[in-house]
Design a protein around this ligand. Structure first.
Ligand code: HEM
Length: 214
């Protein structure tokens, strides 16, 4: 256990924790997107059948939820510690913000897209996970949420934040584990962009499709 605490104390250890927990989240949102693709079926029965199937595995869902919650706590607190450490290391602020040293919009905005996603997830859980479905189906809940312009805009904006966060997070995961060899760079760059586009388009079109098109 000591080695774990010692590793965690170092900046590299914290980045490793961010990478592992971030990867866990990525796995969840890919599976979540695959399930939500049933919303594009053009028939609410397909999505409701998927939700019903999912809820047949209550015990498994509970384990996944506890796991996700633990990942969230570790990812958010470690991210916050790294953010504060970076800030105090730069206590003498630059007079001019330069975009040097491989800094991109994605890397510079990680704490802010991260915070936006955290706030979005809290809203999202209250919209769907904690929704009362005694007299209506989960599809009714989704359709009612996206009947509001405000929710469509909030969800699309949140999904853009997710895409930017994943694009940089996935990329920096390989820097952290040292797999940043020149040979792999183009492939890693392409995979991180592809992931961001698939998640961004896949999730981002749902509120537009449900709220405006059908
Ligand atoms: C924009 C399209 C999205 C739709 C329509 C959607 C829909 C849903 C629905 C219906 C549920 C409840 C499932 C149930 O309890 O039966 C849910 C849960 C959840 N969603 Fe989403 N979601 C979307 C995007 C996202 C994104 C981008 C994230 C992550 C950043 C996310 C994270 C979660 C989490 C953490 C849960 C709780 C999982 C659980 O309690 O087992 N969702 N979503």
């Amino acid at each position: 256990m000591n080695w774990f605490i010692d590793t965690f104390r170092t900046s590299l250890g914290k980045k490793l924790l961010m990478a592992v927990t971030g990867l866990g989240f990525l796995g969840f949102i890919i599976v979540h997107l695959l399930g939500n693709l049933t919303l594009y079926a053009g028939h609410e029965g397909v999505f409701n059948a998927y939700v019903a199937k999912l809820h047949q595995y209550e015990a498994l869902i509970l384990v996944a939820e506890i796991g996700l919650f633990a990942l969230a706590v570790i990812h958010v607190t470690t991210g916050l510690l790294l953010f504060l450490a970076n800030r105090s290391a730069r206590s003498v602020r630059y007079a001019v913000t330069k975009s040097g040293g491989g800094r991109t919009v994605g890397s510079a905005t990680m704490p802010y897209t991260g915070l936006a996603i955290l706030l979005f997830v809290i809203l999202h859980l209250s919209n769907f996970t904690f929704a009362d479905v005694t007299d209506r189906t989960m599809y009714d809940v989704v359709a009612a949420t996206f009947s509001s312009w405000i929710y469509i805009i909030v969800y699309v904006a949140a999904v853009v934040a997710v895409a930017i966060h994943v694009r940089h997070g996935f990329w920096s995961l390989f820097q952290t584990i040292g797999l940043n060899h020149e040979k792999y760079m183009p492939a890693l760059r392409a995979i991180s962009v592809a992931l961001a586009v698939i998640l961004g388009v896949g999730f981002g079109l749902i509120p537009i499709y449900i709220g405006i098109i059908v």
